[in-house]
Design a protein around this ligand. Structure first.
Ligand SMILES: C[S@@+](CC[C@H](N)C(=O)[O-])C[C@H]1O[C@@H](n2cnc3c(N)ncnc32)[C@H](O)[C@@H]1O
Length: 244
């Protein structure tokens, strides 16, 4: 198992409870993806690297989608399945990576939230695009929230993160909002625009677009404009959209 995945497997409980209340996930990543997806009522979605399934439950409960989520971290999938058995929503979860994930079914849209940036190297990226291309319906999209290839504002507090460069990788310090206490860290890679677009094109995706992320009004009301200012200015994340 790659270290990039092991980091979430070994901290699964801590990670899952952090993400549950994480303003970046709840007021920036997830709402942006939902807006870009449009009307997903009755649509079949694949969530690549779904973690403990927090987003999948939202997509199902609040927006009426049908969801399959997979993740390589078995501990996180165990948490997701546990939730599904207690509060059934009809979500399918599996322990998979893009090389093991196979199904005869086709999805309307695929998505992933902060997963591709944890690929072990640029050569691995093609696996994510290959795998989603194969299971997408014609005209379907793969929407991926990734660490922004153009981001430069390292070593500053941005919302509840500090990004630091460490041995050619990016160390993400996840902070408790308001106190800025470091809850845990993770290592990701700042892949370039070319590395992403080459991998997506090699898999067959022709149309490639990029979208900025802005917090929701609710997120601004709860945490204040100061909390989000640098996040809006510096854009640590971007949504990469590839269309089949
Ligand atoms: C930062 S977490 C994001 C989890 C979830 N998408 C969310 O929004 O909370 C990254 C996730 O990607 C998973 N992951 C990383 N590389 C993967 C791979 N090659 N195949 C499947 N899952 C992977 C990790 O196990 C981890 O759960």
């Amino acid at each position: 198992m790659h270290n990039e995945v092991k980091q979430f497997d070994t901290i699964s409980d801590k990670y899952a409870s952090f993400v549950d209340g994480d303003p970046i996930r709840n007021y920036l990543h997830y709402p942006t993806v939902v807006e870009l997806l449009g009307d997903i009522k009755g649509k079949y979605l694949l969530d690549v690297g779904c973690g403990d399934g927090l987003f999948d439950r939202k997509l199902t409960k609040e927006f009426g989608a049908k969801v399959w989520g997979y993740d390589k971290a078995s501990d996180l999938i165990a948490l997701a399945k546990n939730d599904e058995s207690k509060y059934p929503l009809g979500i399918t979860y599996s322990v998979d990576d893009p090389l093991t994930f196979h199904t005869g079914e086709l999805f309307d849209e695929c998505l992933s939230v902060m997963v591709l940036s944890y690929a072990p190297d640029a050569n691995y990226l093609i696996n994510f695009f290959d795998s989603t291309y194969k299971v997408l319906k014609e005209g379907g999209r793969f929407l991926s929230v990734i660490f922004n290839p153009s981001f430069k504002a390292f070593d500053c507090v941005i919302a509840n993160r500090i990004f630091k460069i460490k041995d050619g990788k990016v160390e993400v310090n996840f902070l408790k909002p308001k106190t800025n206490e470091v809850k845990f860290t993770a290592l990701l890679t700042q892949f370039s625009i070319e590395e992403y677009t080459d991998a997506a094109r090699a898999a067959g995706f022709k149309k490639i677009t990029w979208e900025k992320l802005y917090p929701t009004k609710e997120g601004v009301a709860i945490l204040g404009e100061d909390f989000w200012r640098l996040c809006e200015q510096e854009q640590p994340y971007v949504v990469l959209i590839t269309e089949k």
